[in-house]
Design a protein around this ligand. Structure first.
Ligand code: FAD
Ligand code: MLT
Ligand code: ZN
Length: 467
């Protein structure tokens, strides 16, 4: 059923002519899934949800919205965690999910061109079927889209070896707000012909252009894998071990951390078993990987762990696919378990930050104190990508609009020399703190770039906007 208030909206008439009647969603029930973010903390209403099926349709939709002065929020899989992909102020919600085409893998180059709406899992499977692999992985793989991952410069669990999304982007097709198309998809590795526009759009969170296709770098597959969860006494020890493994273990692919309280929550909420017989304050998940013809990564892992003085009760290994998946679930399950708790006591405030390695241990102690001083009844969970210095601070039990904890935590991060966003972006959630982290000259340059590419402010007007 169409919302009667929108029935006579002339912009929607034009949009229906462009994408077809059934791809302009106005029924409140059908719109709902596009209007609430993954955590439930950020929600609003769209003027309509528009689902173009081609780059030309994206261009025509943007031209029409710009002519009508209607702001647009691009959205991929809606797994973003900073409130940047949901319409908070009655914008047109532009869903890119129908652009999910996968070109044949260029086997000689180890590259592939995919539509912005292709999910990460689809790209991973497509690359694997052609004897290649994709270098970025993250827990939302079944829903997160390549366009959204480019827009947020997603990090994930393999950043240590392959870098963030930015390092996988070899070319891009993207539509400017006036409908002009930037297209450079040849994937040439050497191409010094001026500004790196793909690099500029990557990480721009839908504020500069709408990504429609992406040329991706693929990597050699490493199917021989070993995973271990280490139970440790302190964060200092975890940092020390992560450093030692980075130096000694060439096959190292991931070093992830979680704490006893988070593990208890995951075990309880997801019905899993703890990895070790006794509880430990801190856990590291370590993964090693080698090519099919390479050595057994377990040998290297055992050799690297041997001098670290860990006992049998401190290590759980996962060697076959099921055993590895069981250990990974304990780490990746944090997001889901925390969200489930949030459904009962208030959606989580998710503060994704980076600290210098030397300040990580101090931060994990001080951040709990800072939160407890402001909101003694809230629950704080810490986990993340330890080798990258990336801590996910999740605080549950606050009202969605109560930003006192966010403010105190982000100020603590900056005072310790960290970044207020490691991998999720700024979105709307952290916009008011951007000036804490970026200089006046940097922010003026941001504004000038935005003005040049989107002078009428059509694209994601509430995202990356600072006071
Ligand atoms: P959306 O949520 O739809 O959008 C995110 C942003 O990108 C918005 O600002 C939106 O406007 C913009 N956007 C989307 N598509 C386009 C497009 N085609 N063109 C221009 N702008 C666009 N993130 C990490 O970095 N590392 C992780 O390990 C990680 N793990 C996660 C695990 C879970 C369980 C969940 C729920 C999320 C996780 N995330 C992680 C966050 C999220 O998956 C990433 O930010 C992802 O890149 C978002 O992709 P998406 O398609 O869902 O984008
Ligand atoms: C993760 O590393 O699991 C993600 O970034 C998601 C989250 O922060 O919850
Ligand atoms: Zn993460």
């Amino acid at each position: 059923m169409t919302d009667p208030l929108l029935a006579g909206d002339p912009l929607l008439t034009v949009l229906r002519e462009i994408v077809g009647h059934r791809h302009v969603l106005t029924d409140p029930g059908t719109r709902r899934a596009y209007e609430v973010d993954w955590t439930g903390r950020f929600q609003g209403q769209a003027r309509a949800v528009v689902r173009p099926g081609s780059t030309d349709e994206v261009a025509a939709v943007l031209r029409a919205c710009r002519a009508a002065g209607a702001p647009v929020v691009p959205q991929g899989g809606n797994t973003g965690l900073v409130g940047g992909g949901v319409p908070l102020h009655g914008e047109i919600l532009l869903s890119l999910r129908r652009l999910d085409g996968l070109d044949d893998v260029d086997r000689a180059a180890g590259q592939v061109t995919v539509g912005a709406g292709a999910t990460l899992a689809a790209v991973q499977a497509h690359a694997a079927a052609a004897g290649w692999a994709f270098g970025v992985d993250l827990g939302a793989r079944d829903s997160a889209t390549i366009g959204g991952m480019v827009a947020t410069n997603a990090g994930g669990t393999r950043l240590l070896r392959y870098g963030p999304m930015r390092h996988q982007v070899l070319g891009l097709e993207a539509v400017l707000s006036d409908g002009r198309v930037l297209r450079r998809l040849s994937g040439l590795l050497k191409d010094n012909t001026g500004y790196d526009l793909a690099g500029l759009v990557t990480g721009s969170e839908g504020t500069l252009a709408v990504v429609t296709r992406v040329r991706l770098r693929l990597v050699a597959p490493r199917p021989r894998r070993a995973v271990a969860v280490l139970g440790l006494a302190s964060v200092e020890r975890a940092v020390e071990i992560a450093t030692a493994l980075r130096v000694d273990l060439d096959a190292l692919e991931a070093v992830e951390a979680f704490f006893d309280d988070g593990l208890d929550l995951v075990v309880e909420r997801l019905g899993l078993s703890p990895p070790l017989r006794c509880a430990h304050p801190v856990y590291l998940l370590v993964e090693c990987a080698e090519p099919q013809a390479g050595p057994d990564p377990l040998d290297a892992l055992v050799a690297a762990l041997a001098p670290l003085g860990l006992g049998d009760d401190d290590v759980a290994a996962g060697l076959d696919p099921a055993g590895r998946a069981r250990l990974w679930r304990l780490r990746e399950g944090h997001t889901e378990a925390i969200n489930a708790l949030g459904g009962e006591i208030g959606a989580p405030h998710k503060l994704d930050v980076t600290l210098p390695a030397a300040r990580l241990a101090e931060f994990t102690t001080r951040v709990r104190e800072v939160v407890a001083a402001i909101a003694p009844d809230a629950r704080t969970f810490l986990f993340g990508h330890l080798a990258d210095g990336n801590v996910h601070v999740n605080v549950v039990g606050l009202a969605p609009e109560d930003e006192r904890v966010d403010d105190a935590v982000l100020r603590l991060v900056v005072s310790l020399g960290g970044s207020i966003s490691a991998e999720h972006g700024i979105g709307t959630a952290k916009a008011r703190w951007l000036a804490l982290d970026r200089s006046e000259a940097e922010l003026a340059t941001f504004a000038a770039i935005r003005e040049a590419l989107d002078p009428t402010g059509v694209l994601n007007p509430s995202v990356l906007v600072w006071a």
